[in-house]
Design a protein around this ligand. Structure first.
Ligand SMILES: Cc1ncc(C[n+]2csc(CCOP(=O)(O)OP(=O)(O)O)c2C)c(N)n1
Length: 507
């Protein structure tokens, strides 16, 4: 299939791999990366000798396809089920741009178990993306079992048709049949095209075909599947460590519990992988308790911690409308993945005449010398109110809007810690790993130890109380009054201030 695509169908130019009008090829079944590398090398995208480094220490050519440093590869994949949505997005963008290129996505049949694949199928038909072609390598086998046994796909062609696609079927080993089908793209005007290519896994390589058969026999012989099913458990893999797991679980005497054995990165990372390896810009709406009374399912109170862990990402949580507009402008220009985290509310306007916005640079909203309050997002309004109340009491607070949580402006924090002695972070988010965590990690690593340090945020897991955003801030002690109380309890001068006021009153 790849030989036909790269030899006879795709309009690509090895001398100009980024040629804007090129056809886009996306290998959704990323585990077949080595086959694409081989074809690209053969087509002249990079020297054939480079193939010898495949899978070797220090090589660019990793097992699952990667676009990093490899001319001709459009996108990294490997987490099954992502390719068609990327392709549909590319085809949609092409349609908006009036571009003539085609987008071809090669999927495995196993990927048709993934919900994300079918969302993309719906999306492409809805937008009439007739520049999009999905080729399914229908070898009827997944990792350890036949497709029909895992999650049956038949009637497969009818399913695609009923979703609004034009479908053809061909023998996936027959070059002429494939070329003939692919020369007719789009199969129907105004519809995305699906080519179901019937294949035999390992065809032409006798030991692979034999090994596959042996694998299935082993599965049956080992009896593991049966034993697990009896206990209501499912075992997917037979490799050594998992086998050990397989032996242990029956001894646990667990009944009616389903234990899913999934690769570590996919368990929690399935959506995050999309962000990690691709240059997506995401706008998330309704941060923190924005959707307060709708309930915990709608609260975004762990997102900063999760996102911070992703490499090269920019995470911005603006406090007011000016910061929103400036951040949006800046993020469009910034390379790499980014998240613009928007609250439903916003702080009062904070911009000063002539002020410039810079990603990764905290803004001093108010200067002060007794304590620094660092906030991210619209909760800065509560901080601002607290600072005003405290100011009337003689406690001067510096207020920083830390709109960019990653990369963090550690210089401003260091200065603030040295000049005011104390840092209190405020976030409408869990205190674990969020803004407060980022500030603590970075200051400590620089050897800066503020006299006092406190993280104000959600401490009790998640909110189980019903209420609007403002109400929940009060309940979880991140409103202006609670912030002011926290500062009073930590500014030593307050004791002498009260003593002074008392003394003056007594006079
Ligand atoms: C989301 C996700 N889960 C699990 C895997 C591990 N994995 C790699 S290949 C594969 C199945 C291979 O079967 P299929 O997708 O049908 O591909 P083909 O038979 O065409 O190689 C699995 C489960 C993965 N890459 N992504």
């Amino acid at each position: 299939m790849l030989a036909v695509l790269y030899g006879r169908v795709l309009r690509v130019d090895p001398k100009r791999p980024d040629w804007p009008s090129r056809d886009r090829f996306i290998l959704s079944k990323g585990h077949a990366g080595c086959a694409v590398y081989a074809v690209l090398a053969e087509r002249g995208f990079f020297p054939v000798e480079k193939l010898l480094t495949h899978h070797q220490d220090g090589s660019d050519l990793c097992g699952h396809i990667s676009h990093r440093g490899i001319p001709g590869v459009e996108v990294s994949t490997g987490s099954l089920g992502h390719g068609l949505s990327i392709g549909a997005g590319r085809a949609y963008a092409g349609k908006l741009e009036g571009a003539a290129h085609r987008v071809v996505v090669l999927l495995s049949d196993g990927e048709c178990d993934e919900g994300s694949t079918w969302e993309a199928v719906l999306f492409a038909a809805h937008h009439k993306l007739d520049s999009l072609v999905a080729i399914v390598d229908y070898n009827k086998i997944q990792s350890l079992a036949p497709v029909a046994e895992t999650l049956a796909l038949e009637p497969f062609a009818e399913k695609w048709r009923s979703f609004g696609w034009a479908v053809r079927e061909a023998d996936g080993h027959d070059h002429e049949a494939l070329a003939e089908a692919l020369s007719a793209i789009p199969f129907a005007e105004g519809k995305p095209s699906c080519l179901i290519a019937h294949t035999v896994k390992g065809k032409g390589v006798s030991f692979i075909v034999a090994n596959l058969q042996r694998l299935f026999e082993l599965r049956v012989e080992s009896g593991l599947s049966t034993c697990f099913r009896r206990r209501g458990l499912i075992l997917f893999k037979l490799k050594q460590r998992r086998c050990h797991f397989g032996r242990v679980v029956p001894k646990l005497h667990v009944v009616r519990i389903r234990i899913w054995n999934i690769l570590a990165n996919f368990i929690f990372g399935i959506g995050l992988i999309q962000v990690r390896t691709r240059y997506v810009k995401i706008v998330s709406i309704g941060a923190g308790f924005s959707y307060g009374a709708l309930g915990v399912s709608h609260h975004a109170t762990e997102d900063i911690s999760i996102l911070r862990a992703l490499p090269n990402i920019t995470v911005v949580s603006p406090c007011d409308l000016w910061e929103v507009a400036e951040a949006a402008r800046a993020l469009v220009e910034r390379p790499g993945p980014a998240v613009l985290r928007l609250d439903k509310s916003s702080a009062r306007p904070t911009v000063q005449p002539g002020e410039q916005f810079e990603l990764g640079r905290a803004r001093t909203i108010r200067d002060g010398f007794d304590m620094t309050l660092v906030a991210t997002g619209s909760i800065l309004e509560e901080v601002f109110q607290a600072a005003e109340v405290l100011d009337a009491e003689g406690i001067s607070c510096r207020v920083l809007s830390m709109h960019t949580v990653k990369p963090l402006d550690v210089d401003s924090l260091e200065r603030a810690a040295k000049e005011t002695g104390g840092i209190i972070t405020v976030e409408e988010h869990t205190v674990e790993g969020g803004l407060g965590g980022a500030v603590a990690e970075n200051l400590l690593e620089r050897g800066v130890h503020p006299r006092c340090f406190l993280r104000i945020g959600l401490r009790s897991g998640f909110s189980s109380t019903v209420g609007a955003q403002v109400y929940l801030r009060k309940v979880y002690r991140m409103d202006a009054r609670s912030i002011a109380e926290a500062v009073r309890a930590r500014v030593p001068r307050i004791a002498s201030y009260e003593a002074m006021v008392g003394a003056l009153a007594g006079r």
